[in-house]
Design a protein around this ligand. Structure first.
Ligand code: BTN
Length: 246
């Protein structure tokens, strides 16, 4: 990884630390990794449980020259890079649920939060936040997450994973895929995403602001939106919100 990596003990959220670095001009590739987050954030304003020494809590500064419209592609890119790294290092066959939750055995093992900062209506920088539940044991989960979340440790029958090795491979995969994306566009990322997807071909329901829609996930468009085929055969795209595999 060619960017500088800041290793911190305890922070509110690595997203805020990375944002501060980006605001003061930190170059693309600057990463922040913390042992513990006391105010870890998830998508849709949720909290992200980030106990000390148990996971990879990391945020990376990206400065792509990209129309705002295409930033969802970066979310998918990060999902592919992390999924590749998890499979390589841990042997756990994680899969991607659109847009970027990583699941193992049907449970969530990693979440990705991509936040964009704008300057005069244009993309200024992005912060890719990655949270991987590496060595959390069953009793490290609060009541409400039991049965929803899993960890690499649990999926490997109690065998822990070296977090430094995994973090290094995540950054290497991210750099390789991001470089490929800048050179060749979204197509190679999309191909990999499709191969790792646990969403395509499945019956899903959306919980988007336009209301609940049901159908089969039949593909992805060039922007990174999911294509949903409804009961009447028409295909429409799902651009935000969350989906449920049903
Ligand atoms: C989600 O699935 O809702 C996204 C979770 C993202 C969690 C990571 S952990 C590192 C970074 N710092 C945060 O506060 N959140 C992201």
């Amino acid at each position: 990884w060619s960017g500088k990596v800041h290793l911190l003990e305890s922070v509110l959220s690595t997203q805020e630390e990375a944002k501060q670095l980006a605001e003061s001009g930190a170059p693309e590739g600057t990463a922040v990794i913390a042992e513990e987050q006391t105010g870890g954030r998830g998508r849709m304003g949720r909290k992200w449980h980030s106990p000390k020494g148990k996971g990879i809590w990391m945020s990376v500064v990206l400065r792509p020259q990209l129309p705002l419209l295409l930033t969802p592609q970066l979310t998918l890119l990060a999902g592919v890079a992390v999924c590749t790294a998890i499979r390589k290092v841990s042997g756990v066959e994680a899969g991607i649920k659109w847009p970027n939750d990583l699941l193992a055995g049907g449970r969530k093992i990693c979440g990705i939060l991509l936040e964009s900062s704008l300057h005069e209506g244009e993309l200024h920088y992005c912060i890719a936040g990655i949270g991987i539940a590496v060595n959390l044991d069953a009793d490290d989960y609060p009541e409400e997450l039991r049965g929803v979340g899993t960890s690499l440790l649990l999926e490997r029958g109690g065998r822990p994973v070296d977090r430094s090795v995994l973090a290094g491979v995540v950054l290497a995969e991210l750099e390789a895929l991001y470089t490929l994306y800048l050179e060749r566009g979204f197509a190679p990322v999309q191909l990999r995403w499709e191969a790792m997807s646990v969403t395509l071909g499945r019956q899903i329901a959306t919980n988007s602001p336009e209301g609940r829609r049901k159908g089969i996930a039949v593909g992805m468009d060039e922007q990174g939106f999911l294509l949903l085929q409804g009961p009447d055969g028409t295909v429409s795209s799902v651009c935000s919100g969350e989906i449920e595999l049903i």
